[in-house]
Design a protein around this ligand. Sequence first.
Ligand SMILES: Nc1ncnc2c1ncn2[C@@H]1O[C@H](COP(=O)(O)OP(=O)(O)OP(=O)(O)O)[C@@H](O)[C@H]1O
Ligand SMILES: [Mg+2]
Length: 308
Amino acid sequence: MFNRAVAQKKILDGVSFDIKPGETLALVGESGCGKTVLVRTILGIEEKTSGTILYCGKDVDDMSGAEKRRMLRNTQLIFQDTAGALHPRMSIRESVEEPLILSGVKDAKKRENVIEDVFRQIGLDTSYLSRFPHQISGGQCQRVVIARCLVLNPQLIFADEPILALDVSLQAQIINILMDLQEYKGISIFLVAHDLAVVRQIANEIMIMYLGTIVESASSTELYANAKHPYTKVLLKAAPSITKGVKNKRFDLDLKPGDTPDASRLPAGCPFSTRCVYADGLCEKQKPKPVLVSEGHTVMCHKWDQLD
Ligand SMILES: Nc1ncnc2c1ncn2[C@@H]1O[C@H](COP(=O)(O)OP(=O)(O)OP(=O)(O)O)[C@@H](O)[C@H]1O
Ligand SMILES: [Mg+2]
């Protein structure tokens, strides 16, 4: 569980999950729901006010400095904003080599081999190494950012909307790179997105977040076939490539008019109650508890078994 109070404002509440080795876990939710805050909290960039984060079974708050450094070396982050991720006056080579130097790889030949290896994996020619960020495209820049985190051979990558700013064909390329990393190197990936279509091919497990709460989580196959939460259904409807050809009234669901409430003015009951077409008095008063629908499938909704 991660809670965060910013000027009396709780951003995350009731968030609990595992990331397993070699698994891709996707976190999906609309803008402002708390996805980036969650990633930053797990990585210790933001301070949590309560809750526990375990790494390989150990509470990160109880870790020694050396243990923490080892964890951070094995964990890399790909940011939402890649434009600012590379130093404009450092060559691509310097940018990609820097983490290796900082982590104590003294042998220049060894560093060179690692970099060449990684560039092969992500499909970038080594001739780009001598260029500067303004001399490469946005998609190439994103691949360099990925290369920079791969040189340290991480076990776990947090990718916070790594493809948001890219056009569709480049999005597919980056997703393919991430899928290869998972498949051939067994890297675990925590992928943040605001669109279910994007995570479909890559995610094993999916969590749906609404206003700082995980409202539904399930394996990818289960979620697409058997979504229970009205908000998940809205997201599925918004991803037509998934529901195309699926004749099912379940997806004909809309939101009540009105804005998403701000995290600081959460509804008293279910966080989704002000937007949900099924919400009634109970939903407005009482926050639902997570219910186990089937093995590995959890939903937080008073009415999940009365809908369809
Ligand atoms: N440092 C901060 N101080 C105060 N409030 C913050 C801070 N960072 C984020 N927030 C607030 O927390 C909420 C969640 O923000 P967050 O950046 O996690 O959203 P997100 O789900 O990543 O959205 P997006 O898809 O647009 O990236 C928002 O209401 C935001 O305004
Ligand atoms: Mg974000």
